[in-house]
Design a protein around this ligand. Sequence first.
Ligand SMILES: [Zn+2]
Length: 323
Amino acid sequence: MGHSIHSQHRRAWCAHVLGQATTVFKTLPVLFFTLVPALASAELRIFTCEPEWAALATEIGGEFVTTHSATAALQDPHYIQARPSLIAQVRRADLVVCSGAGLEIGWLPALLQKANNRNVMPGKDGYLEASRYVLRAGQTDSVDRSQGDIHPEGNPHIQTNPHNIAAVAKALGKRMGELDATKTKIYERNLDDFLSRWDAATRGWEERARPLRGTRAITHHKSWVYLEQWLGIVEVANLEAVAGVPPTATHLSKLTAQFSDGGADFIVRSPYQDARASEWLSDRTGIRAIVLPLTVGGTDGAQDLFSMFDDIIARLLEAQADE
Ligand SMILES: [Zn+2]
């Protein structure tokens, strides 16, 4: 809309002061479109990099948001293709929510560039990097980086600690209210409701998981460091010698020797990770290999954020009881 046309109408408005009905009718639509906040649609369109943030946005936004996750629960969020369907989703998005900390470095920059939606570029209000709102674990040094570690900005898998989910929920709810001022109060109310249910659930999980304190885990990838910190589980080894480098025969042989007389309680992998390395080590050491949902939808039991943590803890306790 041209600035000069706007000024012209304003001058017309002042000059006639309701004197001429035609001027008023010409002027009103211009003012209307100028003053109403420009939202692309009635619903806030939220594009997330991972399913857990789509689930969280739905908890806060309910019927007033639409969500679309770039990655599915059975995909490795480190590696996906910037498909045309995803580019179209980002182009239409009002808000993009990603874990960040380098998790999506292999595909998100290309996706944002191709979508060319300036409102959701990093640094804009339409982009929210979830890991900025938590204390990142495992910031590695330059030596690890040169060896191929894919977590140089700290560990990005923050969703495995419910306290992190709560911190992101607060930032996300606030941001949604800023982007859609007509529903700020609704988002605030939903956020408060979610947080009170979430806090109660978190206390329940902490109570149930108490027997897990001090248990020892070998994990496929460094996907579970926040869960371990939260529940007092000790990570004793990884199947990947360096984060992001697939398990090698040499490394697995070394682990077999190291854990042949015990020293670990679980071998943990995510649903999208190849089972062979876990099972191979489990066969040779007798240590239980288990699958935990890394996000919503990762297992049949993990239908939402609440049941995801229910399922993670139930699976760990079950494995412990079977020892
Ligand atoms: Zn990772």
